[in-house]
Design a protein around this ligand. Structure first.
Ligand SMILES: C[S@@+](CC[C@H](N)C(=O)[O-])C[C@H]1O[C@@H](n2cnc3c(N)ncnc32)[C@H](O)[C@@H]1O
Length: 256
């Protein structure tokens, strides 16, 4: 686990004793320093650390340079609303996702695709999200744990690992669908909280080997979201499924 980055764990100023106790416990579990916050500003708490994990009544957020990243449904909320009104969703269409499916999201990020997949596969299905950035994995895992309590759709189980390594260890055809959505090759304009994602994310590019590992693990489709079509897509059987403007969707059938 790469946590040389110097993180500090604290609470909001007005956190009650229960939240303070839970936060202290988390800091111990993560092996990070705990800061007992009174009236201190986040700048004071940060000192020369890279980032601060802050627990409050709404859960966990990550603060860097006065910006905050917090788990939220974000674009997943709009997609779920549209599905509830009878609309369609490109991920569900490309993966032909259905109730009971097992889905591996190999690039969990903020968990929005994983949440939409969880909706599609329902409580009889299973969604596993793999994230190789420890701060992002931690933030999203805490967010899911809070959000999923009492929710009927499939839970998203999270794994801290490089998904290329993870895919290499799983049995052939162990997931119906594998999702690959690496970071954009050309960063788009974004707000402070997205900058935090970009700062901590793994920026490794999609390559033939990663797609081959995913095709070996998939039973139905490997769904790829990308801002750049590579020349090798054809040899890896990746076919364009949808032109989404900012992002293009491709999919490949499993390897035989
Ligand atoms: C563009 S984001 C994915 C967004 C996600 N699809 C969503 O809906 O929120 C890419 C994420 O994949 C992670 N990532 C990149 N390469 C990875 C790898 N080899 N294994 C696991 N996670 C990886 C990055 O750290 C980043 O959080």
């Amino acid at each position: 686990m790469d946590i040389d980055l110097k993180f500090i764990v604290t609470t909001s100023r007005r956190a009650n004793p229960a939240i303070r106790a839970q936060t202290k416990q988390k800091a111990t579990t993560w092996g990070l320093p705990y800061f007992e916050r009174r009236d201190d500003s986040i700048k004071d708490v940060t000192g020369d650390a890279k980032a601060v994990f802050i627990f409050d009544n709404d859960g966990l957020s990550l603060s860097v340079n006065q910006s905050r990243l917090r788990f939220s449904l974000g674009t997943a909320a709009l997609r779920l609303k549209s599905l509830a009104r009878g609309g369609s969703d490109t991920l569900i269409q490309a993966g032909e996702l259905q109730a009971g499916d097992r889905v591996l999201d190999a690039t969990l990020g903020l968990g929005r695709d994983a949440l939409v997949a969880a909706h599609a596969v329902g409580s009889s299905g299973h969604v596993l999200g793999v994230e190789s950035s420890w701060p992002l994995f931690t933030l999203i895992s805490e967010g899911f744990a809070k959000y999923q309590a009492g929710n009927e759709r499939a839970t998203v189980q999270t794994v801290f690992e490089d998904s290329r390594r993870y895919l290499a260890t799983v049995e052939k055809a162990s997931f119906d669908v594998v999702i690959l959505d690496p970071m954009f090759t050309v960063p788009k304009r974004s707000d402070g909280s997205f900058e935090i994602l970009r700062e901590f994310a793994n920026h490794i590019s999609l390559d033939p080997e990663w797609v081959q590992l995913a095709r070996r693990a998939a039973k139905r489709w490997v769904v790829v979201k990308t801002d750049k079509e590579e020349r090798w897509f054809q040899s890896e059987k990746l076919e364009r499924f949808h032109n989404g403007g900012r992002v293009d969707w491709f999919r490949a059938a499993p390897s035989s």
